[in-house]
Design a binder for this molecule. Structure first.
Ligand SMILES: [Zn+2]
Length: 198
């Protein structure tokens, strides 16, 4: 027997989410159908509000309700150190490290020759522009430790060194091939403390 058309539509929409296959989409759909209506409203409302109100900070491209974001507006932060990450989730992970008190820049991805992601597809031009105007003394490259993150780090280091800005890369301790987002606070803290000049 076929599923009702409306359930079919819901499954189709949900399975477009990353990491959700057809089976999971079906399970979630039937779960939602069993939820109390006010819970479903809360779910939809929170998704819609976040989507409408959360924007990219025009200075660091972190996601925030404010522009500039609270990190960029925080006058107690060390403004001459910039930590470059791939995604807003990576920024959150580094942000848990209390010893780091500098600013951030979110690239919006990593270079990937295999997937045809080039310098124009991530915010490299915007980063260079920021470095030229904001008087940054050190850039800490905290891209992932997989091949895409490494390629991106090497590419960025070449450009940044030409601007006479110190470039460092997170030191040992981070698992190779890993995502900064999933590294724990202690590991990132050690990696920042042990950062090496590129
Ligand atoms: Zn910001």
């Amino acid at each position: 027997m076929n599923r009702p058309m409306l359930v079919e539509k819901m499954v189709d929409v949900i399975k477009k989410l990353p990491g959700v296959g057809p089976k999971m989409a079906e399970r979630l759909s039937y779960h939602i159908l069993k939820m109390p209506e006010n819970e479903v409203e809360k779910l939809l409302d929170s998704i819609q509000k976040a989507r409408q109100r959360i924007k990219s900070c025009s200075s660091c491209y972190n996601l925030s309700e404010q522009d500039p974001c609270p990190i960029c507006s925080d006058t107690s932060r060390e403004k001459r150190i910039l930590c470059v990450v791939e995604t807003p989730q990576d920024l959150i992970a580094v942000g848990k490290v209390k010893e780091y008190n500098g600013l951030y820049f979110v690239l919006g991805g990593a270079l990937s020759p295999l997937e045809a992601v080039g310098p124009k597809d991530i915010r490299i031009d915007k980063l260079i522009k920021k470095l030229k105007t904001d008087n940054i003394g050190e850039v800490i490259i905290a891209t992932d430790t997989d091949s895409k993150g490494e390629i991106t780090a090497i590419y960025l280091a070449e450009i940044i060194k030409k601007l006479n800005i110190k470039v460092t890369r997170l030191g040992y301790g981070l698992p190779m091939g890993g995502d900064i987002e999933y590294a724990d606070e202690v590991t990132i803290s050690r990696a920042i403390a042990g950062r090496k000049e590129m």
